[in-house]
Design a protein around this ligand. Structure first.
Ligand code: 5GP
Length: 205
């Protein structure tokens, strides 16, 4: 049981290729009270990515119009190249229905949400066991040019400095273990006394 008002954002960040989309997919399969926030981006679809499923792929003009309309909970330019942003209206609508919202966003976006302090959130950073493995996964994915892989690895090194700002660190060595770690974190957040005042009142009645 959880308090019906105890919904929060689940922010996952990881270096590109860190395996967070796979973890996210598994978590969504295993929990039915979580919705995925599909980000807006100005980058082009990669591989089998579909518009409206993996991302809302938009032009720079469309992205800036949404920004002007103040419909981003957070947004950032990632890899000094493309815009990425989280829809404010979508997030609000899901939280209002007492559902958690899980999102895969970069360190700048996670910092913006935490600094604004408007919505309860738990921030989880995911890393592969080492940098070599990260490079191996990016190459294996076969979706990026050599130049993009180099940019992603350079960004990954900088992102590691942000780990202390996160609530939790999950090492994605074995997928199954990483998924159960993320589920355990979510469950622990749900059981926090601060989000369960109604249950405490019910007990007293
Ligand atoms: P990719 O291009 O590999 O899908 O994502 C690149 C980076 O952008 C990843 O670190 C991912 O977490 C981040 N990202 C994806 N969506 C968003 C978003 O809505 N906001 C922010 N700030 N970062 C995002």
């Amino acid at each position: 049981m959880i308090n019906k008002n105890n919904s929060f954002l689940i922010i996952l960040s990881a270096p590109s290729g860190g395996g967070k989309s796979t973890i996210l997919r598994e978590v969504l399969k295993l929990r039915d009270n979580i919705d995925y926030s599909i980000s807006y981006t100005t980058r082009a679809p990669r591989g089998a990515e579909e518009n409206g499923v993996h991302y809302h792929f938009v032009s720079e003009a469309e992205f800036l119009a949404k920004l002007e309309a103040q419909d981003f909970l957070e947004y950032a330019k990632v890899f000094e190249k493309y815009w990425y942003g989280t829809s404010l209206s979508y997030t609000r609508s899901r939280l209002a229905k007492s559902r958690h919202v899980i999102m895969d966003i970069d360190v700048q976006g996670a910092a913006q949400i935490a600094a604004a302090g408007k919505v309860p959130c738990v921030r989880i950073f995911i890393i592969p066991p080492n940098m070599e493995e990260l490079k191996r996964r990016l190459v294996l994915r076969g979706e990026d040019s050599d130049e993009d892989i180099a940019r992603r690895l350079a960004t990954a090194k900088k992102e590691l400095d942000y780990i202390p700002e996160y609530d939790y660190l999950v090492i994605n060595d074995e997928l199954e273990d990483a998924v159960s770690d993320v589920l355990a974190i979510i469950r622990a957040e749900e059981l926090k006394t601060s989000g369960n005042q109604e249950a405490q009142q019910d007990f007293l009645q």
